[in-house]
Design a protein. Structure first.
Length: 149
């Protein structure tokens, strides 16, 4: 046991790092500290682990946002389509969903009711097909001309 105590003085203090760290290589991370006790918040926490104070609203968990999925410019970049084709695609998807929804919402008790529901579904599907074809034609019209050599 006495040998262990003498080894501590030979190697230096135990809380110092064994190697010198370079200041330019270590990235600095900005952390938020608690306003009540000054303790740093644990990553992803909503409350202070020391005093239980609530974290500020800007660091709260983000809610699911539909706006990022409806961003037209992001859709243009991902799909590589012109704006008119994307609008036609969105209209076509809405019409296809309306055709499915028509079958789910309306129930048929007689043959006449069933025929009416089927006609509505056919109309919605035809509208979806027209919108998709318009998107294809608008994509072809908006495509850049390639030089043939």
């Amino acid at each position: 046991m006495s040998n262990t105590a003498s080894d501590v003085h030979d190697h230096g203090e135990f809380w110092r790092p064994p190697l010198e760290t370079r200041h330019e290589a270590v990235p600095t991370v900005q952390t938020e500290s608690c306003g009540r006790c000054g303790t740093e918040f644990v990553a992803g926490s909503r409350f202070c682990h020391a005093c239980g104070a609530k974290r500020g609203p800007q660091f709260a968990a983000r809610r699911f946002q539909w706006a990022r999925f409806l961003d037209i410019h992001r859709m243009q970049e991902r799909l590589g389509l012109p704006l008119a084709s994307i609008v036609a695609l969105i209209v076509g998807v809405i019409c296809a969903l309306a055709a499915v929804g028509t079958g789910l919402v309306y129930t048929a008790t007689t043959v006449l009711d069933w025929q009416a529901v089927q006609i509505w579904r056919i109309e919605w599907l035809l509208a979806a097909i027209v919108a998709f074809l318009a998107g294809i034609l608008l994509k072809a019209a908006g495509a850049p001309k390639r030089d043939q050599e």
